[in-house]
Design a protein around this ligand. Structure first.
Ligand SMILES: O=C(CO)[C@H](O)[C@H](O)COP(=O)(O)O
Length: 283
């Protein structure tokens, strides 16, 4: 008989799969030729859903990975692998699918739990439409509420101590260099030869919180807005990329945005919740 933990794990997997199949159904149009594929356990089901469409749909498509895991997934599914470095200047992917660690009310994301955030951001922002696929555990009103491990930050190894100092000055509670896998001594090394720092912050405000309560957005009371924190983190010398995928109000474009146009959540009751954001330009 399955334990409660096993039942919960099975429910989560089922939810990821449901969300992935629905997202692919809605956003993978047969005329598309360039598709971005993110990283993580949910994306496995995205690739499964795409491969299930068969060569009649996928044979004209090329798939762009966000690291070694998705590269292997694409190849194992028999899909055509291509690299973002080969995408000519001035061209875009038609769509990119990826998971997330947490998604807030404005569709800002925390990503990087799997240490692939840098390539994930490059692929997401190379797409005309970025679509997020997740399970019910990732839904959250404010980032940092359920994902307590911290914001993943990819750093140049030599700069890690300086970055840690600056994060503490900014109010991060106990930022840490992410260790390698069990049995591997030292830090985890990303596909880009960098390290990851996980930096916990108090749950991040949205612009509406600042407007309604006369708060500041710059962390002066220990709480940052997503935008202000992201703008500050990316400027720390030695930081290569940050795991906040965000967008400012007034820049609600689809094409090339860090925020998804839609986020699909497989829910515990077997439904799929779709959250979209108003955008200018094409779908
Ligand atoms: O950002 C990521 C990897 O860097 C993943 O998309 C994120 O960690 C979600 O993973 P999963 O689908 O396994 O929950």
């Amino acid at each position: 008989m399955a334990t409660a933990a096993q039942e919960q794990a099975a429910l989560v997997e089922k939810s990821k799969r449901l969300a992935a199949y629905q997202a692919v159904k809605d956003y993978l149009l047969p005329e598309y030729t360039r598709i971005g594929i993110g990283s993580g356990s949910t994306v496995v089901y995205v690739v499964e859903a795409i491969a299930a469409l068969g060569p009649a749909v996928t044979s004209n498509m090329s798939f762009y990975p966000t690291g070694s895991q998705s590269e292997e997934l694409i190849e194992a599914a028999g899909l055509r692998l291509q690299y973002i470095s080969k995408l000519p200047a001035g061209q875009q992917l038609d769509v990119a699918f990826d998971g997330a660690d947490e998604v807030d009310d404005d569709l800002n994301l925390i990503k990087g739990g799997g240490a692939c955030l840098w390539q994930e951001k490059i692929v997401a922002t190379s797409a005309k439409r970025f679509v997020c696929v997740a399970d019910f555990r990732k839904l959250s009103a404010r980032l940092g509420t359920t994902w307590k491990k911290g914001i993943p930050i990819e750093v140049l190894p030599m700069a890690a101590p300086r970055v840690l100092d600056e994060l503490v000055r900014m109010g991060s509670q106990n930022p840490r260099i992410r260790p390698g896998l069990p049995g591997k001594a030292g830090a985890i090394v990303t596909d880009n030869g960098m390290w990851i720092i996980d930096a916990p912050f108090a749950p991040l405000r949205l612009p509406k919180d600042v407007d309604s309560a006369n708060h500041t957005d710059t962390g002066s009371d220990g709480v940052w807005t997503v935008d202000a924190l992201a703008d500050r983190l990316i400027k720390i010398p030695g930081v290569a990329e940050i795991g906040l995928f965000y967008g400012k109000n007034g820049l609600e474009v689809a094409s090339g945005a860090q925020k998804p146009v839609a986020a699909y959540f497989g829910m515990a009751d077997g439904s799929v919740e779709v959250r979209t954001r108003p955008i200018r330009g094409d779908k």
